[in-house]
Design a protein around this ligand. Structure first.
Ligand code: ARG
Length: 446
């Protein structure tokens, strides 16, 4: 069995080992490629300050790039008895390169190693989430444009209120995603700073070149204060999780609307049969389970920032093992959000809409404000027009010609997809993913 990096001559009790490792090896598999990237930058810097020779750097670079390939192919394994991803990579290098492998940990601690791994992992996942959110945005805008002239009821208090349109409904969720990505971008900027070189949280007496690793890894800047770099653990995850929760909030509201609007009692939208599920007892059922599960998963995602807060908020400065537990909540959450975004995009691409909803008489009062506005345009003061229409409604005398009102009611005129599209483009352009991506490719020699 492999020794711990820190084991001297006392072997740790098996139950203690099991408890302290917990699910961490499983979580660390998410981090493997990023651990290698961090090491590639670290060794390049070590060579530049004379702690590795050129030959050692070359040999380590080749081996680390091989390990990276294994990791991205999903073949990276943390062996029995090996504590974590950091130990496994060092073990592989040492097996292959002997003493040279043992040199890579100079000027570094697993504390700043896991920090850099988490930042690189998070930065890559934010990029994926941004791409998926932007695809959902595109579908929503397309549907909004396609159905911009199709009316649907708008509600306040879930009571029939004013005419709305499918254009507005789809477009509202598109615009909501713009705000969500603005928040996510702020989180990306907090995340995209280099913690490497902070070591255990108090720096190193080696003349580490932190500017160099910042540049090599394509970070925007560094976490300058080494104690703050360590304090950023938990805080960064919480900020990113809040942004993820913001997207999840948009998705869960959308999912609720979709479930409600596809109910026969509304009948505003329907889903292709193959996108619904059935019942074991009621042969007629076509249930919108995808939206229900999206709603639940996204509601759960909104608990994530609180979960992270509760794990980390009463810790003093400095590293604590508590922080390890954040990974169990945080790392898999990206997969959940990604699958919800993919599903929502697919469902909304194939949703069909009812373009005759308002023909039903139960919606006839929905044009009451239109009638008030018409009278106002004829010169009757708004309050008097409001009163007249109100009294007509009470007396059962309210009649409007829906066709006349369709042409100039606000729900169609209020649609503004063009500026929203520009806002989205501006947000996407503001990330600067290119810098991170090209730096990583350079480290990998690609
Ligand atoms: N698994 C640990 C974590 O996620 C890695 C850092 C371990 N550092 C330590 N001093 N025990 O926090």
């Amino acid at each position: 069995m492999a020794q711990k990096l820190w084991e001297k001559n006392i072997q740790v009790d098996r139950d203690i080992e099991k408890f302290t490792v917990g699910r961490d090896r499983e979580m660390d598999l998410y981090l493997a490629p990023y651990d290698v990237l961090g090491s590639l930058a670290h060794i390049t810097m070590l060579e530049s300050i004379g702690l590795l020779t050129r030959e050692e750097l070359d040999m380590l670079t080749v081996e680390l790039r091989n390990i990276y390939d294994v990791a991205v192919q999903g073949r990276f394994v943390i062996e029995d008895g090996v504590e974590d991803v950091h130990s496994q990579v060092e073990l592989m290098l040492t097996r292959k390169l002997g003493d040279t492998g043992k040199k890579i940990h100079s000027g570094r601690s697993r504390n700043d190693q896991v920090l850099v791994d988490l930042k690189l992992f998070t930065r890559a996942r934010i990029q994926e989430i941004t791409t998926l959110t932007s695809s959902l945005f595109d579908v929503l805008i397309t549907q909004s444009e396609k159905y911009k002239n199709v009316l649907m009821p708008g509600y306040t208090h879930l009571q029939i209120a004013m005419p709305s349109s499918f254009g507005l409904w789809f477009g509202a969720y598109a615009e909501s995603l713009v705000d969500d990505l603005t928040v996510l971008q702020a989180a990306y900027k907090v995340c995209n700073r280099n913690p490497l070189g902070s070591a255990a949280g108090y720096g190193s007496s080696f003349p580490l070149n932190r500017e160099m690793t910042t540049r090599l890894l394509g970070f925007d800047s560094m976490d300058y204060n080494v104690i703050y770099a360590q304090m950023g653990r938990g805080k960064t995850e919480r900020i990113v999780a809040s942004a993820m929760a913001s997207i999840a909030g948009t998705l869960s509201k959308l999912a609720f609307d979709a479930c409600m609007f596809s109910s026969q009692n509304f009948g505003f939208i329907s889903l292709p049969a193959e996108y619904t599920t059935g019942s074991s007892i009621m042969p007629h059922k076509k249930n919108p389970d995808v939206f229900e599960l999206t709603r639940a998963k996204c509601n759960k995602l909104q608990a994530l920032p609180y979960e992270i807060t509760l794990i980390s908020n009463n810790l003093p400065s400095g590293y604590f093992r508590d922080l390890q537990i954040i990974k169990e909540a945080f790392l898999p959450a990206f997969d959940t959000l990604k699958e919800c975004l993919i599903m929502a995009t697919r469902m909304l691409t194939h949703v069909t809409i009812n373009d005759h909803i308002l023909d039903d008489d139960k919606y006839k009062l929905i044009f009451s404000v239109e009638e008030v506005n018409r009278l106002t345009l004829e010169g009757i003061p708004f309050r008097d027009a409001y009163k007249k229409v109100g009294l007509d409604i009470e007396a059962g005398k309210f009649e409007t010609d829906k066709k006349v009102h369709h042409t100039h009611e606000g729900s169609i005129g209020n649609l503004c997809n063009e500026p929203v599209k520009l806002l989205m483009q501006h947000v996407i352009d503001g990330y600067g993913f290119e810098k991170a991506n090209s730096a990583e490719l350079r480290l990998l020699g690609q």
